[in-house]
Design a protein around this ligand. Structure first.
Ligand code: FAD
Length: 446
C-alpha cells in the first residue's frame, strides 16, 4: 500500500497535513548539499506527505497509522542535518516535529523540553535563571533539540563539555515506538545512548531532559595572526588555560577568512583568524595571551550587545563551510579529530602538505578530558577519488575522520555497528519503517 491509498483527511482529521508536492519536496531536504558525493546520491528522494502534529497524542496517531499501513516514516526537526539524515530514501510520511515545542521546565542545571524546541529558544529561557545550553551547533537559531540529539554531535561549548555522546550530556529521552500498539518509553542513564545520535531510526523522540551550564556574559572576539601555526598554537594555549572561561575557539587559515564577507573589515588580507567567545571576566588575561603570541584583536563585542549585528558563532563550526560555499559552490569540507599533541605537529604537516587544497579550519573541543583540535577543513573538490585519497592520508596518520560524505549512520563517525541501538530498533520498530536505508546494522542483521 502507498500513501496514495491512505486518506489523510479521515485518518488524521485534526492533524495538519501538507500534500503540495513543492512543499513536500522542500521538507524532504536537508543540508547534505554541502557534499558533492551525497548530492547526486540523494537527488529526487522525497516523501509523499508531511504531517505536523502538535502534541504526543497526535504523534501516536501518526505512528499507529504508519504501522497499520506499513508506510515508511522519517522524522524531521529543522532539516539542517548535513548527511541526508532526514531525506527519505523510500518515500512515505515526513513527521515534522517543529510544532511540538514546549519548554516543560527549567531548573538550575537541567531542563525538560519537547523535541521541537529550537535551541536558541531553550537558551533564552534558561538564561532567565542564569543557565544556558552546554553546547549548541552553529545552527542554534533554527535547529531543534530533538534533531540535535538525533543527528548532531557538538559545537559551541564543546571546548568545556565534549560531545553529545559523552556520558552526562543527555539525561533522559521519551520516545514513541512504531509497534502495532505504539508505546511511550522513557530512557534514563546510559540507556539514552540507545537513541542518542541514531538518526531517527529507532523511536520518535518527543521529550528530552538536557543538562545545562552556568551562563557567563560572553564576549565575541576576533584575533588575527600573520602565521597560521602561531594562530593554531594560540588556540591550543587558550583551550589549555584552565583559569580562563571560554566557549568557542575557532581558528581559520587564510584564505578562509576571505569568505567571511560580513567580517572582512576585521580580517586583513593574508591573515589567519581566531574567532572566540570568552567570558568578559577573562578579557584581560586574553589580551595578555594574544600579546604573548603576537596576535592582534581586531573586533570585540560585549555581552550586552549580543543581539546586535552579526553573531560570530555563525561563522564557526559548519557555518564556516556555508560561508565558503556562498562564495564558491565547488568547495566542500572534511571532518576530523586530531590526536592529543600540544605541539600540533600533525596540523602543521597537513597544513603544509595540502596547501590551499585543504584549507585549515580548527575547532577546539574536549575529548576524554583533553583539549584537542577538530578539523572542519574546507576542501577544493576535484574528484571523489581525490577526496578519498585526502581522507586516507589523514586516517593513515591516526587522525579520526567522521566522513561527512556518506548517508549511512555507521559509515560516518561511528565506524562500527552499535548493537544496543540495533536491538532497541528491533523492539521499537519491528517493521523497519523508521528512516529506512540509513542503518547498516539493521539492513545487514542476520
Ligand atoms: P534534522 O536535520 O531535522 O534531523 C537530524 C536527524 O535527527 C534526522 O535523522 C532526523 O530524522 C532525526 N530527528 C529529528 N528530530 C527527531 C525526533 N524528534 N525524534 C527522532 N529523530 C529525530 N551539527 C553539529 O553537531 N554541530 C555544529 O556545529 C553544526 N553546524 C552546522 C552548520 C551548518 C551551516 C549546517 C547546515 C549544519 C550544521 N550542523 C551542525 C548539523 C545540524 O545543523 C545540527 O546537527 C542540528 O542540531 C540538527 O537539528 P535539526 O533540527 O535541523 O535536525
Amino acid at each position: 500500500i502507498t500513501p496514495n491509498d491512505w486518506d489523510t483527511s479521515t485518518l488524521f482529521p485534526e492533524i495538519e497535513t501538507i500534500t503540495d508536492p513543492v512543499q513536500v519536496t522542500k521538507l524532504s531536504q536537508d543540508y547534505h548539499t554541502f557534499s558533492p558525493i551525497l548530492q547526486p546520491k540523494l537527488a529526487g528522494k522525497t516523501g509523499d506527505v508531511v504531517v505536523r502534529p502538535v502534541n504526543e497524542a497526535q504523534v501516536i496517531q501518526v505512528a499507529a497509522a504508519c504501522v497499520k499501513y506499513k508506510i515508511p516514516l522519517t522524522v524531521r526537526g529543522a532539516g539542517t542535518g548535513n548527511y541526508g539524515q532526514c531525506v527519505p530514501l523510500h518515500g512515505g510520511v515526513i513527521l515534522d516535529m517543529t510544532r511540538i515545542q514546549e519548554i516543560l521546565w527549567v531548573k538550575p542545571g537541567v531542563a525538560r523540553v519537547e523535541a521541537g524546541v529550537k535551541l536558541a529558544q531553550l537558551d533564552k529561557k534558561a538564561r532567565e535563571i542564569g543557565w544556558e545550553m552546554r553546547m549548541a551547533p552553529s545552527t542554534y537559531r533554527t535547529a531543534t533539540i530533538g534533531g540535535f540529539i538525533a543527528g548532531g554531535s557538538g559545537g559551541i561549548g564543546s571546548i568545556n563539555y565534549g560531545l553529545l555522546g559523552d556520558r552526562g550530556n543527555l539525561l533522559a529521552l521519551k520516545v514513541i515506538t512504531m509497534e502495532d500498539q505504539p508505546r511511550v518509553i522513557e530512557l534514563r542513564g546510559d540507556d539514552v545512548q540507545k537513541v542518542n545520535h541514531a538518526w531517527g531510526v529507532n523511536g520518535i523522540i518527543t521529550e528530552l531532559e538536557i543538562p545545562l551550564a552556568a551562563a557567563y556574559p560572553w564576549a565575541e572576539i576576533i584575533v588575527t595572526f600573520h602565521d597560521f601555526m602561531t594562530a593554531a598554537k594560540f588556540g591550543q594555549a587558550l583551550a589549555d588555560a584552565d583559569g580562563m572561561i571560554k566557549k568557542l575557539i575557532c581558528i581559520t587559515a587564510w584564505p578562509i577568512p576571505s569568505y567571511f564577507v560580513a567580517l572582512r573589515s576585521y580580517l586583513p588580507d593574508n591573515t589567519h583568524a581566531a574567532l572566540l567567545m570568552v567570558s568578559e571576566t577573562s578579557l584581560e588575561p586574553l589580551q595578555d595571551l594574544v600579546a604573548e603570541f603576537g596576535g592582534k584583536i581586531t573586533y570585540q563585542k560585549l555581552a550586552q550587545d549580543a543581539g546586535k549585528g552579526f553573531h560570530l558563532a555563525e561563522f564557526t563550526w559548519n557555518h564556516t563551510t556555508l560561508h565558503a560555499r556562498n562564495v564558491d559552490t565547488s568547495l566542500t569540507y572534511l571532518q576530523s579529530v586530531f590526536p592529543p599533541d600540544k605541539s600540533l605537529s600533525l596540523v602543521e604537516e597537513l597544513y603544509h602538505h595540502f596547501g590551499d587544497e585543504v584549507m585549515m579550519h580548527l575547532e577546539f573541543l574536549r575529548v576524554g578530558g583533553i583539549a584537542v583540535p577538530a578539523g572542519l577543513q574546507v576542501i577544493r573538490f576535484t574528484t571523489e577519488e581525490r577526496l578519498n585519497e585526502i581522507i586516507h592520508y589523514h586516517e593513515a596518520r591516526g587522525i579520526f575522520v567522521p566522513n561527512p560524505h556518506v548517508h549511512i549512520l555507521e559509515d560516518g563517525g561511528r565506524k562500527t555497528v552499535d548493537v544496543a541501538q540495533v536491538k532497541f530498533k528491533e523492539m521499537v520498530d519491528p517493521y523497519g519503517l523508521m528512516n529506512p536505508g540509513k542503518m547498516r546494522g539493521w539492513m545487514e542483521r542476520a
